[in-house]
Write a protein that binds this ligand. Structure first.
Ligand code: ACO
Length: 274
């Protein structure tokens, strides 16, 4: 991995943690940070050491949203720069992150504003600190939630909550984020790392190829009708069987039906057993 200035990438036991790392700027997403995220996610997508990806922020912030100086003001008189900045932001936080071939978890440690909702919603799972503060603050300074933030909140939240927070710009904490379904769980800040670790340990016991197909299936079928979904999911299941080097389906059936060593209702099959 290159030496990045605005992000930090660490790997431990097949979990890669990517930290937005501009704590003095509350991890605001500058064009440079966005370029680095695009580069890192492109590399990590084919990294054999990455089975789970965690996205978090350094210091007291997850991200304070787009960098109002560097992303907005510094690019506003240069159309090429401005287009490039928007393109790269959308490319990493939507395309690369949403369709990342491994499970992704947002660990929301603190402030999460505006454009920060894009990577947050793109992650498959999210755990917040109770103390985190979320806000669709765009309305506070005269813009609407652009990029894909508006779309993200209408998908992730119910209509009333999406409208309420977009129209008032009011902040809400981790517990409220959990109540409205924006995150899976919220725990005291001191317990956030432990909660993320517990979740990654569960995921690491599962077949990563099955997880990949499962997340792709959920993402893609959301926008299909029933007939399309049935056809797509049948093809997707066949693809999973073909692309799984571990032959998880066969192993699972053998361990339950023949060896009687596990119960599929209660946990994962033993991936190491021949
Ligand atoms: N863009 C650029 N710089 C930022 C941003 C940002 N989004 N957020 C914080 N900073 C900078 C500040 O300018 C300040 O820089 P300086 O020390 O060089 O003056 C530094 O980060 C610390 O910020 P403070 O405001 O002093 O930190 P504080 O902890 O008091 O407040 C808070 C944190 C609430 C996050 C505040 O900084 C804030 O409101 N930031 C903007 C949040 C926002 O609305 N983002 C835009 C969302 S809309 C969009 O993303 C499209």
């Amino acid at each position: 991995m290159p030496n990045y200035e605005c992000i930090k990438v660490e790997n431990e036991n097949r979990v890669t943690t990517v930290t937005l790392n501009r704590p003095n700027k509350r991890n605001a997403m500058s064009p440079q940070l966005n370029e680095e995220m695009l580069d890192a996610l492109t590399r990590l997508a084919v990294d054999p050491q990455t089975d789970v990806l965690v996205l978090t922020g350094a210091g007291e912030s997850f991200t304070a949203g787009m960098d109002l100086q560097e992303y907005f003001r510094d690019t506003e008189h240069d159309p090429v720069l401005s287009e490039r900045a928007k393109y790269v932001m959308r490319e990493w936080s939507y395309n690369k992150l949403r369709f990342f071939p491994r499970v992704t978890i947002a660990a929301v440690n603190g402030w999460c504003f505006g454009g920060g909702f894009m990577p947050l919603v793109s992650c498959d799972l999210a755990i917040a600190a109770d103390e985190a503060q979320f806000g669709l603050s765009e309305v506070n300074w005269g813009i609407l939630p652009g990029g894909l933030v508006t779309k993200d909140v209408t998908v992730a939240l119910g209509y009333r909550d999406a409208m309420y927070y977009a129209l008032t710009g009011k902040t809400f904490d981790g517990q409220r984020a959990k109540e409205i379904g924006l995150v899976n769980d919220s725990v005291p800040r001191a317990e956030l790392d432990g909660a993320v670790r517990e979740l990654t340990e569960t995921l690491l016991k599962l077949n990563p190829v099955t997880l990949r197909s499962t997340k792709e299936a959920l993402r893609m079928s959301t926008d299909m009708n029933y007939e399309q979904s049935a056809d797509y999911l049948a093809a997707k299941s066949a693809q999973l069987t073909m692309r799984d080097p571990e032959r998880g389906r066969v192993k699972g059936l053998e361990q339950f039906l023949d060896k009687k060593t596990f119960k599929p209702g209660l946990g994962a099959y033993d991936r190491d057993k021949k």
